[in-house]
Design a protein around this ligand. Sequence first.
Ligand code: GLN
Length: 190
Amino acid sequence: MREHLAVLRALGADAHPVRRLEELSAVEGLVLPGGESSVIDKLARAFGLFDPIRAAIADGMPMYGTCAGLILLADRIDGAITGQRTFGGIDARVARNAFGSQTASFETDLDVPALGEPPVHAAFIRAPAVVEWGPDAVPLASLSDGRVVAIEQGALLGTAFHPESTGETRFHDRFLSRVHSRRGISAPAL
Ligand code: GLN
């Protein structure tokens, strides 16, 4: 979370951690960090944030999820623990821990045509992968085996990797531009 805040602030955003409902009500966009998606799901419910985040997604609030955050934005997941839910919003099926325990972490250079040159240096940590997606979801990057690792749908963006830990700022910039363009069509939350 600290790394996301640092990237967003370096890009000029007034970024704050969101752990409570009042904090969610005060922001115009939300980054869902990595971690353990089942734990984030449980915490969101325990802190009364689950339904408000779903409502914010339905209302068009821009969100960017990395790794566990991508899992939380997917409508369907493979490898969920019993009772695990997602906020949803991206019409996709995401497999948790898609690279297995033998390959818990790796880094690679990814072509992301929507971001142009240079390729994205991506760090994958117990990462998920998008294994199926619907017509409204747009894949932005895939591995050589065809599995999608960056995807967006409307104001929602998700990456299976962690750009915030490799000095890559273009995904955060893309998220912020969604926030800025929405500000023009709706009342600012602040
Ligand atoms: N494996 C984690 C999960 O399933 C995600 C890992 C991460 O966010 N780095 O939630």
